[in-house]
Ligand binder design. Structure first.
Ligand code: FES
Ligand code: FES
Length: 162
């Protein structure tokens, strides 16, 4: 077992430091630092609930060691917007009923942002493939896919599709 070392993570534009052993995952580190908006599901890469963005790419934080992402830009769903000024994805998910219990939502939104950042005009199949690592037990997925299309439309400057 390795002894704890100081790790500094840049999270939503702010440097935050914790003492952690080398095996501490990014998911554990984020939640230890109070970022409980990052959800803990399977802890083995199956559900996508823990997804965050690292340098603009969605990754499962449960499969990432915290020390490996020192100096990288880590963004959680809270870094995208807030209740007064939501990101188009946050607004579309809320407005279109793509959230039920909400447990999968932070990871879904981070994975969706990664899809749109790669391709601002994704097809329905692009979205399905991009979200294939994110599981939802509640919505049946249709509303999630609609919300991603709606947000992509807003982000292209074309307004709401609904
Ligand atoms: S908690 Fe990370 S993929 Fe499920
Ligand atoms: S809204 Fe409940 S798991 Fe997706």
């Amino acid at each position: 077992m390795s002894s704890p070392k100081k790790i500094t993570l840049r999270i939503n534009g702010v440097n935050e430091t914790l003492e952690a052993p080398a095996h501490r995952t990014l998911l554990e580190a984020l939640r230890d630092l109070g970022h409980v908006e990052v959800k803990c599901g399977c802890e083995k890469g199956d559900c996508g609930a823990c997804a965050v963005s690292i340098d603009g790419v969605a990754v499962d934080s449960c499969l990432t060691l915290a020390w490996m992402v020192e100096g990288r830009e880590i963004t959680t769903v809270s870094g995208l917007g807030d209740i007064e000024n939501p990101h188009p994805l946050q607004k579309s998910f809320s407005d279109l009923g793509a959230i039920q219990c909400g447990y999968c939502t932070p990871g879904m939104i981070m994975a969706s942002k990664s899809v749109i950042d790669r391709n601002p005009n994704p097809t329905d199949d692009d979205i399905r493939v991009g979200l294939s690592g994110n599981l939802c037990r509640c919505t049946g997925y249709t509303k999630i896919f609609e919300a991603v299309q709606d947000a992509a439309s807003v982000m292209r400057g074309e307004g709401d599709k609904q």
